[in-house]
Ligand binder design. Structure first.
Ligand code: SF4
Length: 880
């Protein structure tokens, strides 16, 4: 790398070519004041606080002046200090006098700059630029009287989160950041990610609950507990309550300076009055049998005794363990061990089942987990990005920021989705594929690319096997036959093939693929295309799986699923079983296990007698709530370990009060394979305990294995037996390690090759005249998953999360419906009623039903089957 040598304040320094003077100073520990600069934003030179003087006495703004060889720079001469003081005096003269009650308090960078420069009360004529508070939303307050026009909010909006909700309006003294036509934020396309708020150097933008509340007493870093991005947070607490959340000051974090509305504002669910704060038990003899508080010893003794009795009476297969992809790695490891070793059953699963995450097993098996090492930061290196069935702007917003930034900087993006999602505005090509047409689309594209001769033969020869058979199978696929299955015009498919031809492709796969019964076939087709194009492992492509929950990958890695042992070792492999039997000094169950849906059906038919649910709310997460309720009612014994008094917890015989992520220690694995550990920010409320402690105490009562002394000893065991987690530790970040010698796509050369998958075609189900519409369900950014946690967030609830049903203008007209009318949607399995919103994002014949709202009743439209066909279904719709 070319370096530049210069002198700053008499010190000879070097910096990489292309650095600004400010960056050069920062890299060499020389502090230059700044207000409008942020390392993640383009330099702007607005505040002039970073003025420096060069060898000829010229004043330069250091943030926008490139460092050059031989420069001699002074950063703090009397002349510079005088200019800086004047800048601050002018800003303060324009500032209102409300500093004493300002939420920014001593964290205000203007106040800090004034203090550093010895500026107290200014002697300039005060000209406060009063503006009224803007605070209709429940998340943030804009007090633009305090705005110093640094432009950080606008640049964050444009450069980091790519929303474009605000820009400068007016000129001179009246200039201010504003939405189009000065609408309120609520009426604009602002997503309330709060990135502007975190970057604002003054009190112009503040979190609503913090106004007049002073600064948090303490700040600690943690990891967001909502989606699979795993954003690093700094959480501020006061009196053992989380009162503020910001992105952590960590340039290496996945999220940098950004968050989304959930990470920034929905963590108030931690302070919800619906938290479980003590173990509860349902008395056996009283008439009304309400759950009543009991001691931990009573609760755990009761759970252990009942589970042992049921095992002795009905056998281990009569007990199920339904865990959580929201819980930590350590807890997931402990939970499946409790099931397999203490209780002798393989009936263990986790909440990611509802999102079809288990289908990704095909990718793991084919690449030995190597496909997972696709870092989000590498998306910008892709030749082309292909987004399939994913709406990350709502489900995993920080992934959407990466995609939008890549698209803005010129990377072509193709979006295949039946709806016109936000990403379509950033794409080169939108393919409005039919909800079940993805497999046909991918196979057709592979066939077209083969015809064009755009296969990467060198990669294929080096890293794959079975290409000849694959080629042969593709000859049976053609645009004329397959095109109609996609619902797309042939010209659109050809355009996509043109864009992909000869390129390294980054695939971003979402729940439009995963929550389908035949998702594994589509994932196999994606893998084939990725191999054929030489994209996998190239550093310019890869396969990114959208994980809706924070530890989806980790729960699977820890074996909290019936078909996998820890380390993603297949349960049906004799070798894997033997290894884990040796590790645990036990004999594992010869029987296969039940997944979440199967456990509910087994409870319904009476074969499952006891269910231990950890951190899940199947009454909201699974389809057919009434059926799930009936099944849970039939159980002899239901234990629910959770943080909230959910619908499911209310049915428990014993409810165990667990701790949320900010209240305990542990680690999550994000969708990139980044393993992030964290420590408590606050103590759990009341008598609630960290979930690993509860599981550990139960393990001690159930026997069969030695309980762990500390969380560190759980990590030791994971590190010892699960090589992909060899780097797991308690104090920072690591990455999973796929078995290195098997990472065949490693283009440096490897012994093993990845085999192409068979080409599979699916029959397209003919339309049902009785159910002429297709309902597509999906996430809206304010409610995640079943909405159990986001519904407990006061701010999210206040903003409104009614979950309006969306319909195309043509269908609304045909049904004689207007915005705000109510409609009934009916599938063969159930019906729901929602308010309508007319949306041009939908094509005629499609409606969109947001999940998470109304107790997640959208899931009542689906059948509770063993496999997750839970993304779209045929429905009828009528005005209510
Ligand atoms: Fe949390 Fe996901 Fe939002 Fe990041 S993108 S703040 S992990 S919900």
């Amino acid at each position: 790398m070319e370096t530049i040598a210069l002198t700053i304040d008499g010190k000879k320094i070097t910096c990489p070519a292309g650095s600004s003077l400010l960056e050069a100073a920062d890299q060499n520990g020389i502090k230059i004041p700044r207000l409008c600069y942020h390392p993640d934003l383009k330099p702007y030179g607005a505040c002039r606080m970073c003025l420096v003087e060069n060898e000829s006495g010229r004043l330069l703004a250091a943030c926008v002046t490139p460092a050059a060889t031989g420069m001699e720079i002074q950063t703090a001469t009397p002349r510079i200090i005088k200019h800086r003081r004047n800048i601050v005096r002018l800003m303060i003269a324009e500032h209102p006098e409300s500093c004493i009650v300002c939420a920014k308090g001593n964290r205000c960078q203007l106040r800090q700059a004034a203090a550093n420069l010895g500026v107290g009360e200014t002697d300039l004529y005060p000209m406060p630029n009063y503006k009224s508070f803007e605070e209709a939303n429940p998340f943030m307050i804009r007090d633009l009287s305090k705005c110093i026009l640094c432009g950080k909010c606008i640049r964050a909006d444009h450069e980091l989160v790519e929303i474009g909700a605000i820009d400068y309006n007016m000129r001179g003294f009246h200039s201010r950041p504003a939405t189009v036509h000065e609408q309120s934020l609520e009426q604009s396309n602002c997503t309330f990610c709060g990135t502007c708020l975190s970057l604002c150097p003054t009190g112009a933008l503040s979190a609503k609950n913090m106004q007049f509340a002073g600064s948090p007493a303490e700040e600690k870093d943690s990891i967001c507990g909502f989606c699979g991005v795993g954003c690093r947070l700094t959480m501020g607490s006061f009196d053992n309550r989380i009162v503020e959340v910001n992105p952590a000051h960590d340039s290496e974090s996945v999220n940098g300076a950004t968050l989304c509305v959930r990470g920034h504002f929905a963590h108030d669910y931690l302070n919800s009055s619906s938290r479980l704060v003590s173990p509860l038990m349902r008395p056996e003899k009283e008439e009304h049998r309400e759950l009543v508080p009991i001691s931990w010893d009573e609760a755990l003794d009761r759970v252990a005794t009942r589970l042992k009795d049921i095992k002795d009476t009905y056998g281990p297969q009569s007990i199920g363990f339904m865990g959580s992809s929201k819980c930590t790695l350590e807890e997931n490891y402990l939970f499946q061990k409790l099931a397999r070793v203490c209780m002798g059953t393989n009936n263990v699963d986790n909440g990611s089942h509802a999102y079809g995450h288990y289908h990704t097993r095909i990718l793991d098996e084919k690449t030995n987990g190597g496909y997972r090492l696709s870092h989000l930061a590498e998306l910008k290196n892709a030749d082309v990005i292909f987004v399939l069935g994913a709406d990350p702007s709502h489900s995993v917003p920080v992934v959407a920021y990466y995609l939008k930034r890549a698209a803005r900087s010129g990377t072509p993006m193709i979006v295949a989705d039946p709806r016109r999602t936000e990403l379509v505005n950033f794409s080169r090509l939108w393919l409005p594929v039919d909800p079940a047409g993805d497999l046909a689309l991918i196979n057709t594209l592979s066939a077209l690319l083969l015809e064009k001769g755009s296969a990467d033969q060198s990669f294929i020869d080096r890293c794959t096997e079975g290409f000849s058979a694959f080629k042969l199978e593709l000859t049976g696929i053609n645009l004329d036959d397959n095109g109609p299955k996609t619902g797309l015009e042939p010209a659109a498919i050809k355009s996509a093939a043109d864009l992909l031809s000869g390129k390294k492709i980054a695939f971003v796969i979402g729940h439009g693929i995963l929550q389908r019964k035949h998702a594994a076939n589509t994932l196999a087709a994606v893998l084939n295309l990725s191999l054929m194009s030489g994209s996998l492992g190239s550093g310019r492509g890869g396969i990114y799986i959208v994980a809706k929950e924070n530890n989806q990958q980790g729960a699977m890695d820890m074996g909290a699923t019936p078909d996998l042992l820890p380390g993603r070792q297949p349960f049906d492999s004799k070798d894997s079983k033997r290894i884990w039997e040796q590790n645990w000094h036990t004999k594992l169950s010869p029987d296969g296990g039940l997944n979440m849906s199967e456990m509910i059906r087994a409870a319904e038919n009476g074969t499952l007698k006891a269910l231990y649910i950890l951190g899940e709310n199947p009454l909201a997460a699974l389809p057919q709530h009434a059926q799930v309720k009936r099944a849970l009612e039939k159980l002899d014994f239901l234990v629910v370990q959770d943080i909230l008094k959910s619908e499911t917890a209310a049915m428990a015989h014993v409810a165990l009060a667990g701790a949320a992520m900010a209240e305990k220690e542990g680690a999550f694995t994000n969708l990139e394979g980044r393993v992030q550990s964290f420590t408590p920010v606050v103590a759990p409320p009341g008598k609630a305990l960290a979930d690993w402690k509860i599981l550990n105490q139960l393990q001690a009562r159930l026997g069969g294995t030695e309980p762990f002394d500390t969380i560190a000893s759980i990590r030791d065991e994971i590190r010892r037996y699960v090589p992909m987690y060899a780097a797991l530790n308690g104090h920072n970040e690591a990455w999973i390690k796929p078995a290195a010698q098997k990472a065949a796509f490693n283009i440096q050369g490897a012994d093993e090759r990845i085999a192409f998958c068979p080409v599979v075609s699916e029959r397209v189900t003919p339309p049902d005249k009785n159910y002429p519409f297709t309902a597509i369900v999906g996430t809206r950014r304010f409610q995640l998953g079943s909405g159990t946690r986001t519904r407990a967030s006061e701010r999210i609830q206040e903003f409104g999360s009614a979950g309006q049903l969306e319909i195309s203008p043509a269908d609304a007209a045909a049904l004689d419906c207007n915005d705000g009318d109510s409609a009934v949607v009916r599938s063969p399995w159930g019906e729901i009623q929602r308010t309508l919103r007319i949306s041009t994002d939908l094509r005629p014949g499609h409606i969109f039903v947001p999940t998470g709202a109304n107790g997640n009743d959208a899931m009542d439209l689906f059948k509770l089957a063993d496999e997750t066909e839970w993304k779209s279904c045929a429905v009828q719709i009528e005005k209510a």
